[in-house]
Design a protein around this ligand. Sequence first.
Ligand code: DQA
Length: 152
Amino acid sequence: TTVFVFNGPNLNLLGVRRPDVYGTTVLADVEALCRDECARHDLELDFRQTNHEGVLVDWVQEAGAAVKAGTALGAVLNAAAYTHTSVALHDAVEGAELPTIEVHVSNVHGRETFRHHSYVSPVAAGIVVGFGVTGYALAIDGLVRLRRPSRS
Ligand code: DQA
């Protein structure tokens, strides 16, 4: 069984861009920590990053189909800046009925007001904000606890 972790725009620059806000951990290290967390739960990890909104929409649809087929549990989604702009992503998560945990490395509510609104939050099963990259592991654990209550 697979857990998807989808990363949006500029997260390829994690660890380099604004280390004061996002820390110095690079995305490959985030992938490694997600892989460890999935292994702890006997789950496979499918970890991806894109700078393109439509690609995220395609991936959400693909992940929703995998959940329906019984081969995946759900997705962890850091849509980055598209969180605050993308009706398409909102509609994709809703339409795919994809169990989604929204993640943000930084505490978006302590930052600029344009980061306070999320199009993903209303259709997310849960939200993890402000824990740094550890939030990805918390999100995977939370997804498992929501979807497999007896196993956690
Ligand atoms: C982010 C927060 C977003 O506001 C921002 O656009 C990002 C990263 C985070 O993980 O803290 O690119 O999603």
